[in-house]
Ligand binder design. Structure first.
Ligand code: NI
Length: 179
């Protein structure tokens, strides 16, 4: 397993539109495993490749609620239904949370690790996490979905929390995975 450092708000790769994956090869499979390892080590429910510095359209979601984990490779949203307002955070913006409105239910189509295409239907937290991760791959952060005033308050908090902490990488301890 390989736990990778996570890029924090301010790192340019988080604002990049990630490139399509042309072929699901060994590199992509390793990337997916590293995403799961890093996400679980940092106790998240989703992680996108650009959060570990790789601008490719790959992300993972695992909501730990009995639903199967989701691997997203070149995924597209086919259906969005309903509306839900829930508090959200992001492993790239630790300790900052805000209510974000998202669809209640989504259907996405994604490339599988075997190279085929499959549809995944999700509701509630799982749908929210999928949409949050797909946003990442377009360079969009959850803060972009809150009002300008609220965003300014949250950014002020972020800068306060980061004061005296140089760098835009967060080292994640692998120990959490083995608990
Ligand atoms: Ni995030």
């Amino acid at each position: 397993m390989s736990v990778r450092p996570i890029h924090l708000l301010g790192s340019p790769v988080l604002r990049e539109r990630a490139a399509e994956v042309e072929q699901v090869d060994a590199d992509v499979r390793t990337l997916v495993q590293d995403l799961f390892d890093t996400m679980r080590a940092d106790k998240g429910v989703g992680l996108a490749a650009n959060q570990i510095g790789v601008a490719r359209r790959v992300a993972v979601v695992d909501t730990n609620d009995g639903e199967p984990p989701v691997v997203l490779i070149n995924a597209t949203v086919l259906e969005r239904e309903g509306r839900a307002l829930q508090e959200e955070g992001c492993l790239s913006i630790p300790d900052v949370y805000a209510d974000v409105q998202r669809a209640y239910r989504v259907v996405v189509e994604t490339t599988t690790l075997a190279g085929g295409r499959e549809r995944v239907e999700a509701t509630e937290l799982r749908a929210r996490a999928i949409l949050h991760e797909l946003d990442h791959l377009d360079g969009v952060l959850f803060l972009d979905h809150v009002s300008p005033l609220k965003r300014r308050l949250l950014l002020n908090k972020w800068h306060r929390l980061r004061r005296g902490k140089p760098g835009l990488l967060k080292e994640v301890s692998a120990a959490a995975v083995e608990e």
